[in-house]
Design a protein around this ligand. Structure first.
Ligand code: KG4
Ligand code: ZN
Length: 340
């Protein structure tokens, strides 16, 4: 443990891995002084998905104002910032480069350490940011547009991969089904809203690999939805959305509880963009408690991409590993560091 990360350490975090330009100032690893997120959702909506080149350009336009606003609304003088952190991967290379370059430039100008952060590790910290009293071991269900994994947090920086999707990520399934049903972009929130109005028991879609270990599969479910709608063109979209969502959430919740039981976890935590889903939040809360686990369901703002989680993860990495060498660059395929 280095002495670089103390309760007084102030970290400026920067996140530009996908379609959110974000900056945040966090004190002592969990006291959020400011968190600013500029979303590009409207820019990408007309393309029906994130266009990498468009994302990079939008990050370039927003990065300076977003950082300025984060520092300003934190109510501190920039000289109070002890380290500058940025997501180095995984993500879109052109998008990552904007945040990494900005962070390194500020670190050099201010003569402060740079900390390169793994985006997936940062998502793991969202739960602890919301509730610092959580104790290890924890099982985190990390569900985003690109990833679906069950991770055991054994301690700070020590993770074990318990399960993952063998095909589509949960968010990807939401986005693809929403596109097919013409519900709008991004798909997750659109299905979430439509499902509120529909009957989750209307159609019994398959719960893939339900009793088959801790891995997930969502591509068969997506195909089932498409086949069902083709065969039943008059079915209501809201019932399809609600039934699809019920199938996804049933599997996610059952496997999270199973994982927590297997490793003897104290609590279960939700993370990633899909963790903003209403049904998933409600079901994990009730099923987790029913099975005797502490349940941490972070605020929606902490579940989706933000820079407060980047600064929080950076505080722990600065403490354990010290500053990141300036030669470390953006890596679009960066994996979560896990133990065997
Ligand atoms: O973590 P995230 O913000 O970005 C990365 O993929 O890293 O996750 C974005 C994903 C998208 O697939 C989006 O459709 C999904 O999270 N999502 C949701 C909801 N809000 C966002 N999925 C289901 N229900 C939601 N309310
Ligand atoms: Zn993310």
């Amino acid at each position: 443990m280095t002495t670089l990360a103390t309760p007084d350490t102030v970290i400026l975090g920067i996140e530009t891995s996908c379609d959110e330009t974000a900056a945040a100032v966090v004190l002592g690893g969990n006291d959020i002084l400011s968190s600013v997120v500029s979303s590009q959702i409207d820019i990408h909506a007309r393309f029906g998905g994130v266009v990498p080149e468009v994302a990079s350009r939008a990050h370039l336009e927003s990065i300076i104002p977003v950082i300025q606003e984060a520092v300003h609304s934190a109510g501190i003088d920039p000289s109070r910032i002890d380290a500058v952190a940025a997501t180095v991967g995984p993500g879109l290379i052109g998008a990552l480069l904007v945040g990494v370059s900005a962070a390194k430039a500020l670190a050099l100008v201010w003569d402060k350490p740079f900390v390169g952060v793994n985006h997936m590790e940062a998502h793991l910290y969202a739960g602890l940011l919301d509730d610092p009293t959580l104790e290890f071991p924890l099982v985190v269900l990390l569900v985003s547009g690109g990833h679906t994994m069950l991770v055991e947090m054994i301690g700070h920086g020590t993770y074990r991969l318990l399960g993952r999707t063998i095909d589509d990520a949960a968010g990807e399934a939401y986005d693809k089904v929403a596109r097919y049903l013409d519900l709008g972009y991004p798909g997750g929130p659109a299905i979430d809203a439509a499902a509120e109005l529909g009957n989750p028991e209307a159609i019994n879609f398959p719960r893939a690999m339900m009793h088959d270990g801790l891995n997930f599969s969502f591509s068969g479910l997506k195909t089932s939805v498409i086949n069902y709608v083709r065969k039943n063109p008059d079915v209501s979209n809201i019932d399809v959305a609600a039934s699809f969502q019920a199938a996804v959430v049933d599997v996610l919740v059952a496997k999270t509880i199973m994982a927590a039981q297997q490793v003897g976890a104290v609590g279960v935590v939700l993370g990633g963009g899909v963790a903003a889903n209403s049904r998933l939040r409600a079901q994990l809360q009730s099923q987790g408690q029913l099975n005797g686990f502490r349940v941490a369901v972070p605020s929606r703002a902490m579940c989706t991409d933000n820079a407060a989680m980047i600064a929080a993860a950076a505080w722990h990495r600065l403490g354990s590993d010290g500053p990141t060498d300036m030669s470390v660059g953006a890596n679009p395929n960066l994996a979560l560091p896990v133990v065997a």
